[in-house]
Design a protein around this ligand. Structure first.
Ligand code: GDP
Ligand code: MN
Length: 344
């Protein structure tokens, strides 16, 4: 992959600034984190991993988002972890607040039902708000206006392998839209009406279905475990706490129409639709499946799952490991993606 020596290509950098290796060829991208002040320690640990395995070579800026002001301590301590620029952004109220058409009583009623079904975080309003923001709002934040690519990073995640090339340039040069590392099944109780609402949307917009879609992956009934045998969608999704993706897809009319349809249906609040199944269904239906890339070479952990490549570039990640030994391996549905979608 292209690495470029700025000393051999002095015209590539702006005048007066000596660019580090790789930097002059950078594309329009940011490392992106939605995070709370009280997650500072976890954020620092995730930053250390990503800076040491990737970003110290490229110095992509970090953009931190919060629904409230970042503390002085948060800003100082995160900036101290990187030579790259850090930006601290507040989410506009109208992107974060529960929309006007959501009925409080119905939401309270639904919360009880979801709790009985043991849907994780269902009682936490902010969790629903977070899922909605990650589904349909983050890419419209004014701070991202001129940025196309992002790498989503959560506090406490780990990165295990050296990444020597610019992943954003890789995506751009290879005409990819979305990169993932882990695929798992979702809790069917959290998305009971997501698939019916999606089919309703598709019926209204049959032209939005991509000719090279991954419907067979979404609808797969063969591989899923017993408790995932609900109607339609298998619940297998790209685990979105890691994403390297092109915001042009989320900013397209078809995706905006899809998000608006779901938002009006109310399932971010009456159910607990996650941004992971929403992103995954949208990609599976409306994008060319060849534009979805598995970053097999990025060693990653978000508790309790791992992507552990077998490579000398990786440390403290046991090759092939998927869980902490919690018996959750049956949640792994990566193989389905390759069976149904990945034709190459
Ligand atoms: P999980 O990964 O599904 O267990 O959910 P997390 O608690 O990790 O939340 C997902 C991401 O959203 C993390 O990066 C959190 O820091 C962030 N997040 C969740 N809720 C809030 C919130 O109310 N405010 C802010 N600023 N960030 C949040
Ligand atoms: Mn998390």
């Amino acid at each position: 992959l292209k690495g470029i020596d700025p000393l051999l290509n002095p015209e590539k950098g702006p005048p007066g600034k000596l660019w580090g290796p790789g930097e002059a060829e950078r594309t329009s991208a940011t490392l992106l984190s939605l995070v709370r002040n009280n997650e500072l320690e976890g954020m620092i640990s995730a930053m250390r991993d990503l800076e040491s395995t990737f970003n110290h070579k490229f110095n992509y800026p970090w953009t931190f988002f919060n629904d409230e002001e970042f503390s002085k301590e948060f800003k100082e301590k995160t900036q101290a972890e990187t030579k790259a620029e850090c930006r601290y952004e507040i989410i506009p109220k109208d992107h974060w607040e529960i929309p006007s058409w959501i009925n409080d009583d119905l939401m309270a009623e639904s919360a009880k039902i979801l709790e009985e079904k043991k849907v994780q975080y269902s009682g936490l309003k902010s969790y629903h708000q977070m899922c909605r923001w990650n589904s349909g709002k983050f890419y419209d934040h004014p701070a991202l206006k001129d940025i196309r690519w992002y790498w989503r990073v959560e506090p406490k995640v780990h990165f295990f392998c050296d990444v020597d090339y610019d992943v954003f340039k890789y995506m751009e040069d290879n005409n990819k839209t979305y990169g993932f590392v882990i695929n798992i099944y979702d809790s069917p109780e959290s998305i009971e009406t997501l698939w019916p609402h999606t089919l309703e949307f598709l019926a209204e917009h049959p032209d939005y279905l991509h000719p090279n879609n991954a419907m067979a992956w979404l609808a797969d009934a063969k591989n899923r475990p017993e408790h995932h045998q609900k109607a339609g969608y298998s619940t297998c999704h790209f685990w979105s706490n890691f994403e390297i993706a092109d915001m042009d897809f989320w900013r397209s009319k078809k995706y905006r129409d899809y998000f608006d349809h779901l938002d009006r249906a109310g399932g971010f609040f009456y159910e607990r639709w996650g941004d992971a199944p929403v992103h995954s269904i949208a990609l599976g239906l409306m994008e060319d499946k060849n534009k979805i890339h598995w970053f097999r070479d990025i060693g990653y952990q978000h508790i309790p799952y791992f992507n552990c490549p077998s490579s000398p570039k990786c440390s403290s990640c046991q090759a092939g490991r998927f869980t902490d030994g919690t018996g959750l391996d049956q949640e792994d549905c990566r193989a389905n993606w390759f069976e149904f979608a990945h034709m190459d």
